[in-house]
Design a protein around this ligand. Structure first.
Ligand code: ACO
Length: 428
């Protein structure tokens, strides 16, 4: 137990308790600060603020460490699979053989979506971005599954969780199929989670579709890498939405909306677009110069991270996966991969990037990999959302099941006008 911190405020000093985690930085508990001093703390962007206590995911950004329930991400990506990772995130332990069979069975039995969802989809324009369809369709699940929206009922919370993990791939595949004018493909329950998703995306009714096990394994690994990342923007959004007692489908829809932004999950799409814009290796210096120019808003997409000030451990696995997929597909010379490798080499030796600790993040190589698999760029963030759904649910469940949980309600530093009187319009 660390010693309390003393804070001098005006003419008196306050003792603020310090809480220690199992690993990682301790926190100063400022819960009573306002009552005792009349002051709030100020930390826009939460750069020094822990918003909750959690047992799910641990990141050491300086060392480039990512643990799910204590297990290093590289071990899970190497030896585990996505559904096992889902179980781990939700329940805290790796499943035994029978728990695993039971969990897979339960998820598989929820893969279909209500048939009326088809009509809901048909209301969208064909050129709608898949993420706009996902925000709407995940939110709409609460209109179709009323029997799992009571958050006070543990069984309903569990069923809602299963439904979202199981139905998200079906909805994401439907969003893709709709955008290209192909018929929806129903889930096939004798396939594993990721193979089923690939089939729902790429099969057509007129011919047999055989899942490529190398691609399926690679995508499964991408899902593992994206499954959770502690209190990032979208997860915090889910927690904040859930803190009001909103139903889980609505909370996850809020998470999907937040993930869409280019500073967050939208970065994989932005990274690939940037590589395409660079076009050839000889244009890299021009883009590096732009990234360093204070007067140019351009940033190297797929570089930098709020927490990792070292190599993102997921980026290393992603780089290996990109090579595996390109090899399997016989893509010997992918110009985008050449640009990515060279860009990474130059950036990692450039003083600007070294000083600011800007390393490639997970999104830098994922775009190349997903593109090679046949996904259009507009689907990249939807795939990220698919994988992150389990992290959002695990974090939401942890919050709901915490007896000390209360509605999240940040305060502010008000810099607007002091009180003034209303002036009728003819006198303004
Ligand atoms: N290219 C060039 N310069 C950069 C980049 C970049 N990609 N990222 C940060 N910097 C610079 C900033 O200009 C800033 O410089 P300054 O100190 O001279 O003003 C400094 O590095 C710190 O940047 P901040 O924006 O303050 O760092 P923050 O932690 O707020 O941002 C973020 C992190 C949003 C990820 C940022 O690095 C970025 O925009 N990267 C590109 C987008 C991206 O790849 N996002 C994916 C994140 S991973 C994920 O969501 C899965």
């Amino acid at each position: 137990m660390s010693n309390p911190v003393t804070l001098n405020v005006a003419d008196h000093s306050l003792e603020l308790p310090v809480k220690d985690g199992s690993i990682g930085p301790s926190v100063v508990d400022i819960g009573k600060l306002y009552a005792q001093s009349g002051m709030f703390t100020y930390d826009p962007g939460f750069t020094s603020t822990a918003s909750c206590e959690s047992k799910i995911t641990y990141i050491d950004g300086d060392e480039g460490v990512l643990l799910y329930r204590g297990f290093p991400i590289d071990q899970l990506a190497e030896h585990g699979d996505f559904l096992e990772t889902c179980y781990l995130l939700l329940y805290g332990e790796l499943p035994t053989a029978s728990q695993r069979t039971d969990f897979n069975y339960r998820v598989t039995r929820h893969t279909m979506v209500h048939e009326q969802m088809m009509r809901f989809f048909q209301g969208f324009r064909r050129d709608a971005h898949p993420m706009s369809v996902m925000v709407a369709s995940v939110g709409a699940l609460s209109a179709f599954y009323h029997d799992s929206t009571d958050i006070a009922d543990e069984n309903q919370r569990m069923i809602a969780s299963m439904r979202m993990i199981a139905k998200f791939p079906t909805l994401a595949a439907m969003a893709y199929k709709y955008s290209i004018g192909q018929p929806f493909v129903y889930p096939q329950n004798d396939l594993d989670y990721t193979s089923n998703f690939l089939r729902m995306c790429f099969a057509v009714p007129c011919e047999e579709y055989k899942v490529n096990p190398v691609l399926s394994r690679a995508l499964d690994r991408i899902f593992i890498l994206h499954a959770d990342h502690e209190q990032n923007a979208s997860t915090s959004t889910v927690r904040l939405a859930g803190s009001s007692g909103a139903n889980p489908f609505a909370c996850i829809a809020a998470g999907v909306a937040c993930l869409w932004g280019p500073a967050h999950g939208g970065a994989n799409e932005a990274a690939l677009k940037m590589l395409q814009e660079i076009g050839t290796v000889d244009r890299i210096p021009e883009f590096i110069a732009r990234a360093k120019d204070k007067n140019d808003p351009f940033r190297l997409m797929g570089f930098g991270h709020r927490v990792y000030k070292n190599y993102d451990p997921r980026a290393k696995i992603m780089q290996k996966t990109a090579h595996e997929v390109l090899n399997e597909l016989g893509i010997k010379d992918d110009p985008l991969l050449d640009i990515a490798v060279e860009l990474e080499r130059i950036a990692l030796s450039d003083p600007y990037f070294i000083e600011k600790k800007l390393y490639p993040n997970v999104d830098f190589y994922s775009g190349i990999t997903l593109k090679a698999m046949g996904f259009p760029t507009s689907m990249f963030t939807a795939l990220f959302a698919l994988a992150r759904t389990v992290g959002w649910i695990a974090q939401w469940k942890e919050m709901i099941e915490d007896p000390s949980q209360k509605i999240g309600r940040p305060r502010q530093l008000y810099t607007g006008s002091p009180k003034r009187d209303y002036v009728p319009s003819h006198m303004r």
